[in-house]
Write a protein that binds this ligand. Structure first.
Ligand code: CTP
Length: 397
């Protein structure tokens, strides 16, 4: 499972850094590509020469090495997973607070791949209330934490805080990549972002959607092995290169692209905030102001989800969103039925931290069997995991 996988290993200052050498050896033997970022403190515990020899790659350490800049954004994009092992108390605190004072943190803060960490520290530090709260914080941002073990510690005491053994971390990585590929061979279509309906050459009707939720779903589908096409309205969001992205502007363009792609899709998720109305006439020249009241005639734009719902064949899964400001449950259930969707995901603008522009969302998922699944407010990356899990359950049903 690890053959060809790109693993970015961060090593920080802890006695457990010697275990990184064993882990690297196991990963390289299994065919993984390993690149190692060492913090300055980690070099007191294990030498860069040992880790570069075992990983078969030069060690990356400073924001610039040998007069050339280490591109932290590209490193984060290169990796299939970033693993910080050992994770020292100091780096944990930086992760929790977003400090960016070394290359490891610059990569962590720009990584778009999943991030896992294996903490290592003495029991008293591990049990400190600040450490506990930092762990909760980084878990809440979607990082995976490999639990510490109980045993002999560097202080000479015995207790909780030992880093997981390299063999167990290796096993965890193997499992991580196996469960990621539940959607291998599946074609997925996702719409995201707003649409812009032109009024004249300088003006349009739009909305506040940023596309974050849809892009998070597209990326999660891709991580699980699906072949993903994202149809994205005007949005400045950056999408990983593995997701095929088709840019559109208007509801009509989004409609036509969806109609084209839908027949081939096993799963379609419509997160886009499509404009329901579009100007009847698009003026070729800029409209000049004259009268105190100006009327604009609008006409209904196509309801893409409904149209796809009418064409849906057996075995295809169609998922829609419902963005509501009142009577949320009633409207969501109405959309599930009228648009012939298999799932409707409700997000209410009444919930704080939910909806356009936020990095978090709070959703309820409704299915055709009458089930209703409520989730806590979470980062959109984690919401995407919940949604994809729910869709996979439908596939398995
Ligand atoms: N949708 C669509 N085409 C439209 C409008 C909406 O495909 N012209 C899709 C959205 O992508 C979403 C679902 O339909 O998955 C519900 O969108 P929402 O804006 O909540 O509702 P509307 O259908 O537009 O209905 P209303 O504005 O009356 O709430």
């Amino acid at each position: 499972m690890l053959k060809g996988k790109k693993i970015l290993l961060g090593v920080t200052g802890s006695i457990a850094a010697y275990k990184s050498a064993i882990l690297i050896r196991l990963l390289v033997k299994a065919g993984a590509e390993v690149r190692v970022i060492m913090t300055e403190a980690s070099k007191n515990f294990v030498t860069p020469l040992s880790l570069s020899t075992l990983s078969k790659n030069p060690i990356i350490s400073g924001l610039a090495d040998n007069d050339s800049w280490n591109n932290h954004v590209l490193l984060g994009r290169w990796a299939d997973i970033m693993l910080i092992a050992p994770l020292s108390c100091n780096t944990l605190s930086k992760m929790a607070n977003g400090n960016c004072d070394n290359l490891l943190m610059a990569v962590y803060l720009s990584a778009i791949c999943p991030v896992a960490a294996a903490p290592a520290m003495d029991e008293d530090m591990w049990k400190h209330v600040t450490t506990k709260s930092n762990i909760l914080k980084i878990k809440g941002s979607g990082n995976y934490i490999l639990p510490v073990e109980n045993g002999e510690l560097a202080s000479g005491f015995t207790g909780e805080g030992r880093m997981k053994e390299p063999e167990a971390i290796f096993q965890w990585l193997n499992e991580f990549f196996t469960t990621r590929l539940e959607l291998k061979g599946k074609k997925v279509l996702v719409t995201a972002g707003p649409t812009y309906e032109p009024i004249d050459p300088v003006r349009f009707i739009g909305n506040h959607s940023t596309g974050k939720m849809g892009v998070a779903i597209a990326e999660e589908m891709n991580r699980r092995g699906a072949n993903v096409t994202l149809i994205l309205g005007p949005s400045s969001i950056i999408v990983t290169s593995e997701v095929e992205t088709i840019r559109v502007n208007t509801a009509k363009e989004m409609f036509m692209t969806c109609e084209n792609k839908f027949a081939d899709a096993d799963i379609t998720v419509m997160t886009a905030a499509v404009a329901d109305y579009t100007p009847l006439v698009v003026e070729p020249e800029k409209i000049k102001k004259s009268e105190p009241v100006f009327e604009l005639k609008l006409t209904r734009s196509p309801d893409i989800l409904s149209s796809l719902g009418n064409k849906k064949k057996d075995g295809q899964i169609l998922v829609g969103f419902a963005l509501e400001t009142k009577n949320e449950r009633e409207y969501a259930l109405k959309k599930l039925k009228s648009k012939n969707a298999d799932l409707i995901i409700l997000n209410s603008l009444l919930d704080e931290g939910s909806g356009f522009g936020y990095d978090t969302n709070k959703i309820t998922i409704f299915d055709k069997q009458g089930n209703e699944l409520q989730f806590e407010k979470k980062p959109k990356k984690d919401v995407a995991i919940d949604i994809v899990n729910c869709i996979i359950n439908l596939l398995d049903a």
